[in-house]
Design a protein around this ligand. Structure first.
Ligand SMILES: Nc1ncnc2c1ncn2[C@@H]1O[C@H](COP(=O)(O)OP(=O)(O)O)[C@@H](O)[C@H]1O
Ligand SMILES: [Mg+2]
Length: 350
């Protein structure tokens, strides 16, 4: 007869490769059921976007088959997004606030923010997207949204919603085509209100599309948000990398953890399958090495991204099997893994 202790002992040899601890001491094993030679249990991961889901499941199965008498193993993968302790704000709960920044505009920061948010939704997470780019709040157009839904009198303001994603944009508050001029203190309080006055509810991830650059505005904005980690988008050219380097330094000054670097518009895939490096090669990876952050992945040039962005049909939903969408989905999972690691580190530190 197989015992629960034997099952737990076997699983205590299986490591979470990101957290470097075993599944049992991480308290991830739930609902063990033993029926003769058939062992069933759940593994509760720290994010539904875990990039190592398949490896963890295979390792667990192998451990049970080799270390107990079990002939059959049923594993149910669930998730509960782990949280560091500090992010309950006026009735909203944000488990992770992820800021997406860039050194300059036009590198694809908004495209990446939106598609990453949607990739996390597709994996089953509760996600919000805050478009805080005061210079170019483009997210509403990318989703085909033009205003907030009506909110009943006396209630918190409801975010807009598209494809299961909650969205608030500074663009909802200004007339289309009007120039956006914000004074520092006004901006600071506007952004804080985006967090406190809206009914976001409980979110696993709030993705924030920051304005490009590293000036006072960006600094003040980043300070007014409870950011758990930042991600920087760059294109491969040296000039873009130089500016992205300044953005990385800005987050370092703010003591915001840098979850990593994304390289966008990395190459064009030719009809014969070869890659044409139009803007140069590996700028993103060089930057990641330089600032000691993780390289989260590169996204190819894809004409469908530009078209989709203009007509409200994001690539991860429209063309989920395209190389660009696959890159974005993998990057989203890498970010989720970094957020889990950061929460784990913070919680360990008490
Ligand atoms: N990988 C890509 N392939 C093709 N076009 C892209 C890609 N990434 C972004 N774009 C396009 O480039 C333009 C700028 O992207 P955007 O996300 O608005 O940049 P940013 O927010 O950094 O200013 C948009 O028209 C967008 O559709
Ligand atoms: Mg933008």
């Amino acid at each position: 007869m197989i015992t629960k202790e034997q099952v737990l002992n076997a699983l205590s040899h299986v490591m979470d490769p990101d957290l470097h601890r075993d599944l049992v001491s991480l308290n991830m094993i739930k609902d063990i059921n033993i029926d003769d030679e058939e062992v069933s249990f759940s593994i509760e991961l720290t994010t539904p976007s875990c990039p190592l889901k398949n490896k963890i499941e295979a390792d667990a199965r192998r451990a049970i088959l080799t270390m107990t008498e079990a002939k059959e193993v049923n594993i149910n993968i669930t998730s509960k997004v782990s949280q560091s302790k500090t992010l309950d704000l006026s009735g909203n709960c944000f488990k992770h606030v992820i800021a997406i920044g860039s050194g300059k505009g036009g590198v694809g920061k908004s495209t990446v923010s939106l598609n990453i948010a949607l990739a996390l939704v597709k994996d089953g997470a509760k996600v919000g997207l805050l478009d805080a780019d005061i210079y170019g709040p483009n997210i509403p157009r990318m989703l085909g949204l033009d205003r907030l839904p009506d909110t009943p009198e006396g209630k918190k303001i409801k975010p807009a919603e598209a494809f299961g994603l909650k969205v608030v944009s500074i663009g909802f508050l200004v007339q289309a085509g009007q120039p956006l001029i914000w004074r520092g203190p006004m901006l600071h309080s506007a952004i804080q209100q985006f967090i406190t006055d809206f009914d976001w509810g409980d979110l696993d991830y709030l993705v924030v599309d920051l304005p490009p650059g590293t000036g006072d505005v960006q600094l003040s904005l980043a300070q007014s948000l409870p950011i758990s980690g930042a991600v920087i988008v760059t294109t491969p050219q040296q000039v873009a990398v130089d500016d992205a380097f300044r953005a990385a330094n800005m987050f370092e000054k703010l003591e915001t953890p840098l979850f990593g670097i994304i390289e966008n518009m990395s190459f064009l895939e030719m009809p014969d399958g070869s890659h044409q490096y139009i803007f140069g090669e590996k700028g993103g990876e060089r930057l990641a090495t330089l600032v000691g952050a993780r390289f989260l992945g590169s996204i190819p040039l894809d004409p469908g991204i530009g078209v989709g962005g203009d007509i409200g049909s994001p690539v991860v939903l429209q063309e989920p099997l395209s190389p660009a969408a696959e890159a974005l989905i993998s990057i989203a999972r890498n970010i989720a893994a970094e957020a889990s690691k950061e929460a784990f580190k913070k919680n360990q530190a008490g």
